[in-house]
Design a protein around this ligand. Structure first.
Ligand SMILES: *Cc1c(COP(=O)(O)O)cnc(C)c1O
Length: 441
């Protein structure tokens, strides 16, 4: 039976997508790559350099995905490639400790004062899942709070949507997740202080931890408000729950010290209890981590009763890549110039939209940005998905045609790298002016 999604002929991208769909579910190894939200054929990437992706047809795109965050230095940074080449020569994996693992952890601790110890793993999903187990093991409680629109990877306990009212825990969002697996997960609205207070009043002594994206990058770009974050910290303290910052996206991306350093600036002394990292920390290789102060981390095996392990954890090539990346982004002025470049982009998009009579709101922090085709920045998931998806999709395709690769769904954030220069920003804004003009029709 012919699959209606498989084009018989067409461009090389179409042909490769057809072949991929025969042997890989949906043709992709991670769903958002399939372009289902925006429609059309995903581009098969042949290579990348600096701020550019080059597809198999030789078409070049300014890349605002950056592999969904890791490529903060741009593609093919010479110092990173050199570090990886050198590590390759020494062997791919040993299943025994290496000095570079300690070096990488020390480099992270130097930037993130809230943690004393870090455990390395291979994906953000694994890190978030392990952080949940650690929080439960450390508190002896089962309850987990998460927020609608925040993504923490695809561990069973986190694939959950709100139940009916605050008294009930969540329902699975994926087939294959038993209701029992999410019966301890409570899902609340992001930035909703009243709900938070009500949930703690009802369940406070059962809550092991609250997991939050401090700046949410999986519902486009939505900041946790300062009053929300302050109250969350207070409630966790009062009730003995651990505050878990999922900084897989924001870590080493919105600032050298992550989103927690952004909140610490506004609320001196502010720290989360457990931090989860991924994406930039591996510089494009499979590497992620979770960390906390010593007393919590010492609950982990082999010191404590909370089991966690990984054959390829702390892989020597991945640690070389991550370490080289962290060294580059720790150079003086790196984040100031990345943040300025990102603001230049968002300001430019806002101006271009205004000239075309298109409503647009946008925000950024460090090298992470988001924009919405609506005049006010959404504050929670409900408001994000209420924005006009069809309009976004038209804009996405108009930009793609003009050589600008935005994330293929309106609920994804954007990523700028140090390789994005004036020429790339100008090319993007020229494409945006034409694309906004089309939206006016
Ligand atoms: C990407 C992401 C994850 C999952 O990381 P993977 O490496 O894709 O498993 C978890 N949390 C957040 C905030 C993320 O952005």
């Amino acid at each position: 039976m012919p699959d209606p999604h498989v084009a018989a002929s067409g461009s090389l991208n179409d042909q490769l997508f057809a072949s991929a769909q025969r042997v890989i579910p949906g043709g992709v190894n991670s769903p958002v790559r399939a372009f289902r939200a925006v429609g059309g054929t995903p581009r098969f990437i042949a290579r990348a350099e600096g701020a550019w992706l080059i597809d198999v047809e030789g078409k070049r795109y300014v890349d605002y995905i950056g592999s969904w965050g890791p490529m903060i230095l741009g593609h093919g940074h010479p110092a990173v490639l050199e570090a990886v080449r050198e590590a390759l020569g020494d062997g791919l994996s040993f299943g025994a400790p290496t000095a570079r693992e300690t070096e990488l952890v020390e480099a992270v601790l130097a930037q993130v004062p809230s943690i004393d110890q870090l455990r390395l793993v291979s994906s953000g999903t694994e890190a978030a899942m392990s952080a949940i187990r650690l929080a439960r093991g450390a508190t002896g409680r089962n309850g987990i709070v998460k927020f609608e629109g925040c993504y923490h990877g695809h561990a069973d306990a986190l694939l959950v949507k709100a139940g009916s009212g605050l008294a009930t825990f969540g329902n699975p969002t994926s087939a294959g997740v038993p209701a029992e697996t999410v019966q301890h997960t409570l899902v609340l609205e992001y930035n909703n202080v009243e709900q938070l207070e009500e949930a703690f009043a009802l369940h406070g002594d059962a809550i092991a931890g609250v997991m939050v994206e401090p700046i949410a990058g999986n519902m486009n770009f939505v900041r946790a408000s300062l009053p929300f974050m302050k109250r969350l910290r207070e409630l966790c303290n009062t009730h003995g729950a651990l505050l878990i910052f999922d900084e897989v996206m924001t870590g080493f991306r919105v600032a050298l010290g992550g989103a927690q350093s952004v909140y610490e600036k506004a609320v001196p002394g502010f720290v989360p209890d457990i931090s989860v990292f991924g994406k930039v920390i591996g510089g494009g290789m499979p590497l992620a981590a979770f960390g906390a102060r010593r007393g919590i981390m010492e609950r982990l095996a082999p010191l404590g009763p909370v089991y966690q392990a990984g054959t390829l954890s702390g892989n020597p090539i991945a640690t070389a890549c991550g370490l080289a990346t962290l060294r580059e982004i720790a150079r003086p002025g790196f984040f100031d110039s990345l943040a300025a470049r990102t603001r230049q982009l968002v300001d430019g998009l806002r101006a271009a939209a205004q000239d075309a009579g298109v409503a647009l709101s946008g925000d950024s922090e460090g090298g992470l940005f988001g924009f919405f085709l609506t005049s006010e920045l959404p504050q929670n998931y409900g408001q994000v998905i209420a924005t006009d998806a069809a309009r976004f999709n038209r804009f996405f395709h108009a930009m793609l045609e003009r050589g600008v690769y935005l994330a293929p769904a309106l609920y994804e954030a954007g990523f700028v790298s140090a390789a994005h220069g004036d020429a790339e920003i100008e090319a993007t804004l020229a494409a945006a002016r034409e694309s906004f003009a089309l939206l006016g029709d």
